[in-house]
Ligand binder design. Structure first.
Ligand code: EPZ
Length: 425
């Protein structure tokens, strides 16, 4: 397993192009199952997770073509050869569960392994399954598998989600495009990735109203066509690099992004004393490293609230703030695994349930640390950029799941960061 070594205390200067959003790309990949024609995705991030989804699609009979370095993935699900997503593939990455709805909608049945819990929380899929049941599917859970059937096709339904779920909204949306009649999704999640998926589905011939709002209205169509779609830029990657610059100091322009998708993070950075200039598709982050970081409290919420996926990154920044910050994690029940690792660098963090208190310290010092999940791993990079001396992060496969060319992007701005292949891990 690879490790990453970085030496802190160096200002970052330059520009960082933002890649396509992993969490949109994965569901767009699942959308390829809805049509017999090719779906071509551009601005496709080359990540362990997106490669992994291709492995599953190929197993289902989808022909995938992804020339290395092209950022262009073509998926052609002309003839599906299987409707089974096995445990071995689903357990490695939860988003593979999202093939269930498209298979059910197009073929009328599917058998997909239950994804199970994961490090950040239990993450059940009950809302996904209730939505399909409301659309007329028979669902049986047997031997760790969800067996779903709607042999005469899915029917439109009114689905009121009891709380906001990104995954359930996306999954129901995908399936509803081919259901008979109208489906209404109420209390739907409004994350930009959902609008991206909905807009791609429109390009494929779906009929969807209310995109970007909490009520989505979908009129089912008999079939969808192929399309060419550019994946929305990754707001979490952009937010993570914004925190890197805020932490290390310097001046970096993040390019090829949608600034409004990180508005809540920009607000937090400005309150922390970081200068942010917003352009049409870029954001410039500037901080004098000698100027103190002001403490800011964080309350994670569904979009447009502050995202859980940048909680760890801001926590890393707040370890050096002038005063105490209170964090409330409202989305996942176990998302402070980075706290003990940050403490190894000298951070003062106490966690009680969903609340964490971070008291800023004068100095962080480099240490060996371990990545525990995707966003937690980038928080260790952020802390390492502020720390004196060398930080060595193990288990960077977590990072490789969601950050494309991270070392190259940061070293392009002057960071002293390198990958060590193989390890003692
Ligand atoms: C998506 O997860 C993202 N993953 C997560 O990003 C992100 O943190 C999360 O949305 C919130 O923004 C992908 O898009 C692949 P949810 P998802 O359904 O869809 C509970 C990353 O690092 N819930 O909105 O799983 C659930 O347990 C990842 O890129 C149910 O109880 O999130 C959680 O507490 C991590 N039953 C809450 O709802 C259900 O059926 C919100 O989860 C579904 C969810």
């Amino acid at each position: 397993m690879d490790r990453i070594a970085l030496v802190g205390g160096i200002e970052l200067k330059g520009s960082i192009p933002i890649s396509g959003a992993k969490n949109s790309a994965l569901k767009l990949q699942a959308a390829s199952l809805l049509t017999q024609e090719p779906l071509v995705l551009t601005n496709m991030p080359e990540l362990a997770d997106t490669r992994f989804m291709i492995e599953l699609l190929e197993q289902l009979g989808v022909t995938c073509f992804w020339p290395k370095g092209s950022g262009r993935l073509s998926m052609h699900a002309e003839d599906l050869t299987s409707t089974i997503a096995p445990y071995d593939l689903v357990r490695k990455m939860r988003a593979t569960f999202n093939v269930l709805g498209p298979l059910l909608a197009r073929v009328g049945h599917a058998t997909v392994s239950l994804p199970g819990g994961c490090a950040i929380g239990a993450r059940p899929v009950d809302l996904h399954l209730k939505a399909f049941e409301a659309m007329g599917a028979d669902i049986v859970i047997e031997g760790g598998y969800v067996k779903a059937a709607a042999l005469r096709g899915l029917k439109g339904a009114k689905i009121i989600f009891p709380f906001v779920s990104v995954g359930a909204t996306e999954h129901a949306l995908l399936a509803a495009t081919l259901a008979k009649g109208e489906t209404v999704l109420e209390n739907a999640a409004r994350e930009p990735e959902i609008s991206d998926i909905a807009n791609c589905l429109l390009a494929m011939g779906a009929k969807i109203e209310g995109i970007g709002s909490s009520t989505l209205r979908i009129q089912g169509v008999d079939e969808l066509t192929g399309a060419r779609w550019s994946v929305i830029p990754d707001r979490i990657e952009a937010g993570s690099y914004a925190c890197c610059v805020a932490a290390a100091g310097g001046e970096v322009t993040l390019t090829n992004m949608v600034p409004e998708t990180i508005s809540s993070l920009i607000d937090v950075l400005q309150r922390a004393g970081v200068d942010v200039v917003v352009g049409e598709d870029w954001v410039k982050i500037t901080r004098d490293p000698h100027k103190p970081i002001k403490s800011v409290d964080i309350d994670t919420q569904p979009y447009p609230g502050f995202p859980t996926d940048t909680q760890a990154q801001v926590m890393a920044l707040m370890t050096r703030a002038n005063g105490a910050s209170i964090f409330r994690e409202n989305i996942f029940e176990n998302r402070y695994m980075h706290a003990p690792e940050l403490r190894r660098l000298g951070a003062d963090i106490s966690v009680r349930g969903s609340e964490a208190v971070v008291r800023g310290v004068e100095t962080l010092r480099g240490a060996p640390v371990m990545a525990t999940d995707l966003r937690a791993s980038v928080s260790l990079i952020i802390a390492g950029l502020m720390a004196e001396g060398e930080t060595i992060i193990s288990r960077v496969y977590h990072l490789d799941r969601g950050f494309e060319r991270l070392e190259a992007k940061l070293s392009g701005c002057g960071a002293n960061i390198r990958r060590i292949s193989g390890s003692e891990d």
